[in-house]
Design a protein around this ligand. Structure first.
Ligand SMILES: NC(=O)c1ccc[n+]([C@@H]2O[C@H](COP(=O)([O-])OP(=O)(O)OC[C@H]3O[C@@H](n4cnc5c(N)ncnc54)[C@H](OP(=O)(O)O)[C@@H]3O)[C@@H](O)[C@H]2O)c1
Length: 374
């Protein structure tokens, strides 16, 4: 609040307070209830109004725009593509699997969205160049690019191989860098927006997710660095920091060490209501942040608390992580590696899935591989 608005607001608040104090008699319980209902009604109306205005603003900013979502074939990426499309943007999604891509494009066009799919592995600069080139050639412009593609391997670092770390860095550091370098020249001409979906793991290293955390740390660093270096160019870079989200991705994650036990704790936490966020809600917030050109978005309160704790007391957060690490399965003598779909097909896995039912619902809704489709 600035200029004349602050003194006017202060005078108004003072007047309301005096009015309240001047009341001659205590209100009856019925009058109090009526007051409360009136305030609640006004609050709800204000809330609905504000959200309608925000929704209209977002649609104004998305209508006629062109968005690319890497990894838009399933999970959060697919939901993001739906969000951009619902706002009136044309959407290009990419992924490595042709089948998933076709299903995603059919889903989007079925919703009336102007969608196109390109098979593209973000680790390959030539394929990324072709993805961006094809988008601009087909739609004539590029306004929003979401670096969303990612992979996850869960297990103790001792059981991981070099290849797991290399793969993570290739997909989640080299990939977004390839995309950024190919997209930025186009985004400069439209004063567009680059969105990077990092993770709480980038800021708070979680045990049994080391390749992921290492790569996400690099990705977050890249994102913040690009935000700083694009200042004054008209391009806006948004660093998104989600905690756990219910995208149904636990079924495709690869579990290493003792896969059944690793799957059980991960599937359970990934579906917990307070700890994890609904993918639709996360996508809505990301689309709004990108339309506004917001620099930083933390998706859920638990993530914010974790980041704050780590910033203020890194020693304490380290101790908590050490404690967490001790609760997780240790490295077995014989290390195995299985996907969530395979390792969840056990008593422990089924139990975790029934407790974390919310994430199970996301599996079909967000085009994830199911056991029936294997
Ligand atoms: N789910 C969570 O709890 C959570 C929490 C924090 C952050 N995130 C981040 O949010 C993003 C989306 O997560 P999600 O749960 O929706 O994951 P997901 O369901 O596993 O989807 C990942 C997407 O990325 C694509 N992909 C993977 N490697 C690729 C590559 N090299 N080139 C192109 N596409 C590739 C996949 O398609 P193909 O396999 O066909 O290539 C798929 O479309 C990821 O970056 C993830 O790290 C997720």
């Amino acid at each position: 609040m600035s200029g004349w608005k602050a003194p006017v607001a202060l005078v108004g608040a003072r007047w309301a307070l005096n009015k309240y104090r001047d009341r001659k008699r205590r209100p009856t319980p019925a009058e109090r209830a009526l007051d409360l209902a009136a305030w609640a009604g006004a609050g709800a109306l204000l809330g609905v109004g504000a959200s309608m205005v925000a929704e209209n603003r977002r649609s104004e900013r998305l209508n006629g725009r062109v968005a690319v979502v890497t990894g838009g074939t399933r999970g959060l990426g697919l939901q993001l593509a739906r969000e951009f499309g619902a706002g009136g943007a044309s959407v290009v999604v990419c992924g490595r699997s042709r089948d998933n891509l076709d299903q995603a494009v059919a889903d989007l066009t079925g919703r009336g969205i102007d969608a196109h799919g390109v098979v593209c592995d973000v680790t390959d600069r030539e394929q990324v160049r072709a993805l961006i080139g094809e988008t601009v050639e087909r739609f004539g412009r590029l306004d929003i690019v979401v670096n969303n593609a990612g992979v996850m391997r869960v297990g103790p670092a001792e059981a991981m191989q070099d290849a797991h770390f290399t793969e993570a860095m290739d997909i989640m550091y080299r990939g977004p860098f390839n995309v950024a370098r190919e997209a930025l020249p186009h985004l400069r001409t439209t004063e567009g927006s680059l969105v990077n979906i990092t993770s709480v793991g980038a800021y708070l290293t979680v045990p049994h997710l080391l390749p992921y955390s290492v790569a996400k740390h690099a990705w977050a660093c890249l994102s913040e660095g690009l935000a700083a270096e694009t200042g004054g160019t008209g391009v806006r870079v948004t660093t998104v920091v989600p905690g756990l989200m219910r995208t149904g991705s636990h079924r495709g994650v690869v579990f290493i060490g003792e896969p059944e036990r690793e799957y059980a704790w991960f599937a359970l936490l990934a579906g917990m209501p307070l700890l994890s966020t609904n993918a639709d809600r996360a996508a809505r917030r990301i689309a709004t942040a990108s339309a506004r050109g917001q620099g930083f978005l933390v998706i859920n309160p638990t993530t914010r608390i974790g980041m704050a704790l780590h910033g203020l007391a890194p020693g304490t957060s380290q101790q908590l992580m050490r404690l967490t690490g001790r609760l997780l399965p240790s490295t077995p003598e014989h290390v195995s590696e299985r996907t969530g779909n395979e390792s969840g097909d056990s008593t422990m896995g089924r139990l975790a899935e029934s407790v974390a039912a919310l994430n199970e619902r996301a599996v079909d809704r967000l085009n994830q591989d199911t056991r029936d489709r294997r």
